[in-house]
Design a protein. Structure first.
Length: 232
């Protein structure tokens, strides 16, 4: 979650705690549809937050695998063929494809370049073998390209899943904010003449402007014996 979303869910948890803690005082407000909607939203946001967190961890690992696959494809497969072609295959019909520089080529472009090189090298398979390359050099090149493509696809899919979770979190937070607005209307009607509780309620539902350490809900809500100034 971004910082604003985290502060928003912190406020929702404080409101939920206050409702549960003062359920007897709140009466039907505590069991209202808006209260249930709030609790459901918090559970769902926490679920999506775990999805988002898992995606972040996966992305870090997938980026490492992508970099490793990129280095392997360039250094172990494409550059040796390019060096050989420059020395031994000058004038070949597909010389440009065989000697393509990989210095600035990455991602899907590198995958395509590797496959183009493999196709260009196929007519020269015997020359590569005679020059000391393994008989399956071209197959290894294609396999390395496939490995990089798989790493790129996995990372792209994880990014999509993370974006979906982030969007879902925001939608649910919007719904939860509506629930809190309804609850605020109910609390205002019932407790407008109770300044102590009303101050605690407003403190609980306030979304703080600055990020801070995540606090337990029991710590975030002012206890009932505090004065209005202390609770606010």
């Amino acid at each position: 979650m971004n910082q604003y979303q985290q502060r928003h869910i912190d406020a929702l948890r404080r409101v939920e705690y206050l409702i549960h803690d003062r359920a007897e005082l709140l009466g039907t407000i505590a069991t209202s549809r808006a209260s249930l909607r709030l609790s459901t939203a918090i559970v769902r946001v926490e679920e999506l937050g775990r999805v988002q967190g898992s995606a972040d961890r996966y992305l870090a690992g997938q980026r490492s695998r992508e970099l490793a696959a990129t280095i392997d494809l360039k250094v172990q497969h494409m550059r040796p063929i390019s060096t050989f072609a420059k020395a031994c295959l000058n004038g070949a019909p597909d010389f440009a494809a065989l000697t393509l520089s990989t210095r600035e080529v990455v991602g899907p472009h590198l995958v395509r370049a590797a496959r183009t090189m493999a196709s260009a090298a196929l007519p020269h398979a015997d020359a590569l073998t005679d020059g000391g390359f393994p008989p399956d050099t071209i197959a290894q090149l294609r396999a390395a390209a496939d490995q990089l493509e798989a790493a790129l696809l996995a990372r792209a899919n994880t990014k999509v899943a993370r974006a979906a979770a982030t969007h879902g979190i925001q939608q649910i937070l919007n719904s939860a904010a509506e629930a809190v607005s309804i609850l605020h209307a109910l609390v205002t009607r019932q407790f407008a003449k109770d300044p102590t509780f009303f101050a605690v309620w407003n403190a609980a539902r306030r979304i703080h402007a600055k990020p801070g350490a995540v606090r337990a809900a029991s710590e975030a809500v002012a206890p009932p014996h505090l004065s209005i100034s202390e609770a606010a």
